[in-house]
Design a binder for this molecule. Structure first.
Ligand code: ASP
Length: 323
């Protein structure tokens, strides 16, 4: 794919839905078989669970939700769910989103406390309400109404880390600079033309209470469209939100870019608009209706290892770096 300049990029993003449907891209998905693509090393177990759920007769939404539940439940994954690092006041605030590419419907939660599976709550927001996003106390009360059990999400490990940060007189705060990212982002297809994207995170460690990252914002952390494919993002959400990362990648694919080219083009666009972005923590994954995949990181300092499940094979791979 030819590099896209800024004006072309904007035109690209503006004119895509029509192109996607004209090209009828959904038609070839059936040939690809189920494929699951996730961020970071814990994505491997998540993909394997998703594949198992789908094979056992679950829907693609079940597969993505149950897959993401794996790192959410794992106290050793300190950036997602139970055991995720807390905000500056020591409270674990979780964000998650899920999008169904068939109905073009999504659900998300922001700043959810005391509930370890925000992706499951996000799915219920999508399925049981007319809303797309619930935040904070309202999201918590909705989760209780749906039968989720409140529990402390701090583990001895995450509490100790927060206490060390708090006690350090020189600790960095988000009034100045960001720190620590690693969402689980996941995109999957059932191989029958259906796409779902989901992500779940505790967000930036020691964030200012109430901060919402890119993960629960539809089009930023996740995007799925059965006509084209799906994408997800991980990294500095305060930066990536300004680029509507996932929807931009899906729209580039709708214009004909391969998933890898679309991921790289988005990163190039970020650097073109602000050269400082080359030092940013930015990584993205994408998949199209042919089951082709892409994974890219901005730089070596934030180099994404991603997980791919296809044809019964579960692998961990290195993303392509822009810089
Ligand atoms: N993007 C997430 C956020 O900024 C964090 C991450 O992906 O690691 O909240």
């Amino acid at each position: 794919m030819e590099p896209v300049d800024r004006r072309d990029f904007i035109k690209t993003v503006a004119g895509t839905a029509a192109v996607a449907s004209l090209e009828g891209r959904g038609a070839v998905a059936a040939e690809a078989g189920p494929v699951f693509l996730s961020t970071w090393i814990w994505g491997k177990a998540a993909n394997e669970r998703a594949a198992e759920v789908l094979k056992g007769g679950g829907s693609l939404l079940d597969a993505i939700e149950k897959g993401i539940n794996i790192p959410e439940n794992d106290p050793n994954v300190m950036t997602v769910g139970y055991g995720g690092l807390p905000n500056a006041e020591g409270v674990v605030e979780l964000d998650a989103a899920i999008m169904d590419g068939t109905r073009h419907r999504a659900g998300s939660v922001c700043n959810l406390h005391m509930i370890k599976n925000p992706i499951s709550v996000a799915r219920l927001v999508m399925e049981k309400t007319r809303h797309t996003t619930l935040a904070g106390e309202g999201a918590f009360r909705f989760a209780l109404k749906m039968g989720f059990e409140p529990q402390t999400l701090l583990t001895p490990q995450s509490l100790q880390k927060w206490q060390e940060w708090k006690a350090d007189p020189h600790h960095k705060t988000f009034w100045l600079s960001p720190d620590n990212h690693d969402t689980i982002g996941m995109v999957g297809t059932d191989g029958k033309g259906h796409f779902v994207a989901g992500c779940s995170t505790s967000g930036s460690a020691y964030k200012i209470p109430g901060r919402v990252g890119d993960s629960p914002l539809i089009g930023c952390g996740v995007y799925a469209d059965d006509n084209v494919g799906a994408a997800s993002a991980t990294g500095d959400g305060d930066l990536m939100t300004n680029y509507c990362t996932s929807v931009s990648i899906v729209h580039l694919m709708a214009r004909g870019a391969s998933p890898q080219d679309a991921c790289m083009e988005l990163l190039r666009h970020m650097v073109k608009t602000d050269p400082q972005n080359k030092d940013g923590g930015v990584a993205v994954i994408a998949m199209n209706t042919r089951g082709e995949i892409g994974a890219a990181s901005m730089n070596e300092a934030f180099h994404l290892k991603y997980a791919l499940w296809r044809d019964g094979q579960s692998q961990l791979l290195d993303s392509v770096k822009l810089i």
